[in-house]
Design a protein around this ligand. Sequence first.
Ligand SMILES: C[S@@+](CC[C@H](N)C(=O)[O-])C[C@H]1O[C@@H](n2cnc3c(N)ncnc32)[C@H](O)[C@@H]1O
Length: 271
Amino acid sequence: MLPETFNFFREYVRRAAGIVLDQDKEYLVRTRLQDVLRDHKLGSLEELRSRMDLATTPRSGLGKEVVESLTTNETSFFRDLKVFQVFKELILPRLLEARKTVRNLRFWSAASSTGQEAYSLAMLWREQFNPPGWNLRIVGTDLDETVLAQAKSGEYTRLEVNRGLPAKYLVRYFDEVDQNWRLKQEVRNHAEFRWANLHDPFSGLGKFDVILCRNVLIYFDAESKKKILARMLELLPPDGFLVLGGSETVFGLLDNLKPLTGGVAGIYTKQ
Ligand SMILES: C[S@@+](CC[C@H](N)C(=O)[O-])C[C@H]1O[C@@H](n2cnc3c(N)ncnc32)[C@H](O)[C@@H]1O
């Protein structure tokens, strides 16, 4: 691939998704875009580039396919198990107490990918809490329509359910459908999935008791991280929780958050 072609795709994905690809990611771009070349019977990345323009909307056509190929959608059920332990022992008990008059909880799984994070929380809730009269809603968002479609279907391959999902949850909350496993409606009812780009204003999302934004900020530059986190805080009440990935921190980005004590990195409260 010519250096200017590589730079074009770097700039394209930076504008569309805020994803910063370092100079050493040429191999990644080349390999990830092979499927797009094959699907459109194009001979080279230069030919693909010639069909695109930086101003095209990435929500359709080739631009969408290029952006979706360059996002990393890695996720799994109960990813970083300790975080779910903190939900069970601390976050959910605290919220059950704090919201006992409204009996309503709203979580946001920002950059939800194929939905395992949202559904893990829904299963944990049903398994350990789910008191009568309460309502837990989890909104999952992502900018990749392909992963959102799977999240909405609630259907997973054997490989996906073998990663992180305790066997008892598989038995209780899934039905086997052909070769795959589909989450029961009772779990799917807790979650809804929508398209959203974290770099756009968060209009129409409403307020949340917990915002999970795990393993996505690492792809953005410091300025974008700061803006996104600041806008997320506007959607959190004073006693809400912000949950980042284990290797992500608000240090140097925001100073009005307190890390939650309890030995798990990346979880913050406003108070
Ligand atoms: C590595 S996955 C993380 C999934 C899940 N949060 C977890 O921790 O397992 C990152 C997700 O972020 C999404 N993403 C990347 N840039 C985004 C953006 N600008 N707006 C919304 N989602 C984005 C990708 O499509 C991908 O599904």
